[in-house]
Design a protein around this ligand. Structure first.
Ligand SMILES: NC(=O)c1ccc[n+]([C@@H]2O[C@H](COP(=O)([O-])OP(=O)(O)OC[C@H]3O[C@@H](n4cnc5c(N)ncnc54)[C@H](O)[C@@H]3O)[C@@H](O)[C@H]2O)c1
Length: 330
């Protein structure tokens, strides 16, 4: 059985690939390197290709006898998705349809999909549970919600087995220090804060300090990338044991405020991290925290990184070693 890992050269993908490899799974990564890094995939079978290239995709399914798919490939910059919806619908929705139709043609019947907390939009109440309605507040989240719906329909009509994993905020890096988070441009809080500690940025911008939270800043749920990787292996075993298709939140269950992240990063890095306050961003909910009991109960998932400090330490280790990201080792 061979797993096709789309987007395996990206941040979450490369960490999952490393685990799959360590556990002896047979796999091939399929990635167009639009935001991924070839260097993140040492010794891993790799095909450089686009999801929209149905011919190459089909050839890859044949050559590697693909039976299962873990589907990370996607564009994920929220602001960009609002300005260029065509790009997002084409890549994330049409690209996924091409993938699913190729799977059916090659009788590959199991897929794990990287969904997102963005499918909930401004959910009411905390923690957010899987039953909360999909109500995305941006085009990026909309593409994830549409793919979730397509998976349900393909499940019913063609017997496709799927697990949609709704990640909250992925963070941290593998403790080996060999792979880490390198998005260009970077939009995620923890790497931005660490780039500020490295003096690659002058200051970190805090959008709103007047929320009704303990320190006035927004609260988010951060989940370590290796805990996400573990969930993918468990979800694959879940589907391979003929269990039902499902949707799971993947979060820590603990919220941390923007201010807490900055203060903890200052402690970890031993630096002063300058910040400035800007007005709230439209559509930024006050608190987003996942209820992940379902993944614990059904998949047996046990996140190992519960402390913010530890998560930031692993990310810092990567940033110190690769201050310029992949290709820029110190
Ligand atoms: N990082 C997070 O916090 C987070 C949270 C929720 C959901 N997600 C989702 O998880 C997935 C992985 O996120 P990430 O942070 O690792 O992103 P990433 O940008 O690091 O990785 C995405 C990978 O997909 C590849 N890719 C994109 N479009 C492609 C296409 N058309 N054909 C082939 N390859 C393509 C890119 O080159 C890249 O290697 C994404 O789908 C993202 O939307 C991420």
């Amino acid at each position: 059985m061979t797993i096709l890992v789309t987007g395996g050269a990206g941040y979450v993908g490369s960490h999952t690939v490393k685990k799959l490899k360590e556990k002896g799974y047979s796999l091939v990564v399929y990635d167009n390197l639009s935001s991924g890094h070839r260097e993140a995939l040492e010794g891993v079978p790799f095909v450089e290709g686009d999801l929209l290239d149905g011919k190459l995709l089909s050839h890859t399914f044949c050559s590697f006898r693909v039976t299962d798919v873990i589907h990370f490939a996607g564009l994920s910059i929220v602001g960009e998705s609002m300005l260029q919806p065509d790009k997002y619908y084409l890549n994330n929705v049409v690209g996924t349809l091409t993938l699913l139709n190729t799977m059916l043609a090659h009788k590959a019947r199991r897929i794990i999909f990287s969904s997102s907390a963005a499918v909930y939009g401004e959910a009411e109440g905390v923690p957010i549970l899987e039953e909360c309605p999909r109500n995305p507040a941006n085009i990026y989240g909309q593409t994830k919600a549409i793919v979730e719906k397509i998976l349900e329909d393909y499940g019913k009509a063609y017997g496709l087995g799927y697990v949609s994993l709704r990640y909250f905020n992925a963070c941290g890096a593998d403790e080996s220090g060999s792979i880490g988070e390198d998005h260009r441009p970077e939009t995620h809080l923890i790497p931005l804060v660490l780039q500020t500690a490295l003096k690659k940025r002058e200051e970190i911008c805090i959008f709103g300090e007047d929320y009704a939270t303990k320190d006035g800043t927004c609260i988010r749920d951060y989940i370590h990338v290796n805990d996400l990787a573990d969930a993918h292996l468990l979800a694959m075993e879940h589907l391979r044991s003929d269990r039902v298709s499902d949707v799971f939140n993947l979060g820590n269950g603990n919220g941390f405020s923007v201010r807490e992240v900055i203060n903890t990063a200052a402690e970890v890095t031993g630096t002063v991290i300058s910040s400035e306050t800007a007005p709230r961003r439209i559509g930024d909910p006050e608190v987003l925290v996942a209820g992940s009991a379902k993944a614990r109960d059904i998949l047996g998932w046990r996140p190992k990184y519960t402390e913010l400090r530890k998560m930031i330490e692993t990310a810092w280790q990567w940033h110190v070693k690769y201050p310029q990201g992949f290709g820029g080792r110190n």
